[in-house]
Design a protein around this ligand. Structure first.
Ligand code: C2E
Ligand code: MG
Ligand code: MG
Ligand code: MG
Length: 287
């Protein structure tokens, strides 16, 4: 196996493409060790408050610095992690790591409301694992402000089992975590459920935010913003790439925006610099 998968494989492996069976197998094996080796870590993308363009929070996004393939995006390994169950360990890792950074940002920045961080959650974590306990442990240990550690879940995820999801999400809210409905507009959620789910934030998917080929912004964008506000939720627009995106999103009443207009995801160290927090203590490397 080692021979077959070695050396020149990098020539035909293209991250983001649907990988071949052999790539998958290699990645699956590697993934088991990647966490222990410190190859996987979150990067943090700023979420900006449109009113004054200050940093309101960050979203944690996983990256895998693979020794042979270079930097891999979530699309290259999250599906494998979900299928193999490794997503549970990955999920706990990113929660803990993000809460630790959030605590450091909050110590450095004394602002009201306090800075927040959001972490993506996958189906398996919510529906087939004790997510509640993970969140509880992390919230207690990190000492972050109530409501500032947020979980992002997609519509399709919560609609897999809406009754159960509602119950668990309610309890997660009671623990003091925030809840954001991610990629809103790409799934099929029913209005009835939307009202019952205890989300505090809707993240509008970038496909509704970006103008189309003729330069027109989807008309439904305005309706989504009103719907969210009618339901008492705040709005984050994803994929704000240009100044005109930013201006229009503000005019439409979105509270926050996230996208290349404000910056790509950055390392934990860079995020600390940005908010004026001291760099982390050097961590002993596993031998
Ligand atoms: P998402 O949660 O919707 O994250 C937003 C994605 O849009 C990120 O891609 C981000 O880099 C990208 N993005 C940000 N600004 C812009 C922009 O202005 N234009 C465009 N075109 N794209 C932008 P990324 O990092 O590749 O993550 C993809 C997805 O992977 C995430 O989508 C999320 O669903 C999943 N993911 C990331 N980290 C985790 C994790 O820790 N756990 C789980 N379960 N899923 C994760
Ligand atoms: Mg997200
Ligand atoms: Mg999203
Ligand atoms: Mg998205």
């Amino acid at each position: 196996h080692a021979k077959k998968f070695g050396g020149n494989r990098v020539e035909f492996f293209r991250p983001g493409m649907r990988s071949q069976q052999t790539d998958r197998l290699a990645l699956e094996t590697d993934l088991r060790r990647a966490l222990e080796r410190g190859e996987i870590k979150p990067v943090f993308q700023p979420i900006v408050r449109l009113e004054d363009r200050t940093i309101a929070g960050f979203e944690a996004l996983l990256r895998w610095d693979h020794p042979r393939f270079g930097r891999l995006n979530p699309a290259d390994f999250i599906p494998i992690a979900e299928e193999t169950g490794l997503i549970i360990d990955l999920g706990i890792f990113v929660l803990e790591r993000t809460a630790r950074e959030l605590a450091a940002w909050q110590r450095a920045l004394d602002v009201t409301p306090p800075i927040f961080a959001s972490v993506n959650v996958s189906s398996r974590q919510l529906l087939r694992h004790d997510l509640l306990n993970d969140v509880k442990a992390v919230m207690t240990r990190s000492g972050v402000h109530r409501g500032t550690l947020k979980l992002e879940l997609t519509e399709s995820l919560v609609m897999e089992n809406p009754e159960y999801a509602t119950q668990i999400l309610q309890r997660i809210r009671e623990l003091g975590a925030g809840l954001a409905l991610d990629d809103f507009g790409t799934g099929h959620s029913s209005l009835a459920y939307l009202q019952r789910f205890p989300f505090d934030t809707i993240k509008i998917d970038k496909s509704f935010v970006r103008p189309d080929a003729r330069g027109a912004r989807p008309t439904i964008l305005r309706s989504i913003v009103s719907l969210a506000h009618d339901l008492g939720m705040e709005v984050v627009a994803e994929g704000a790439e240009t100044e005109s995106d930013t201006i229009e999103l503000y005019q439409l009443g979105c509270e926050y925006a996230q996208g290349y207009a404000f910056g790509q995801p950055i390392s934990a160290l860079e995020a600390r610099k940005l908010v004026g927090a001291p760099p982390e203590e050097p961590v002993a490397r596993a031998s």
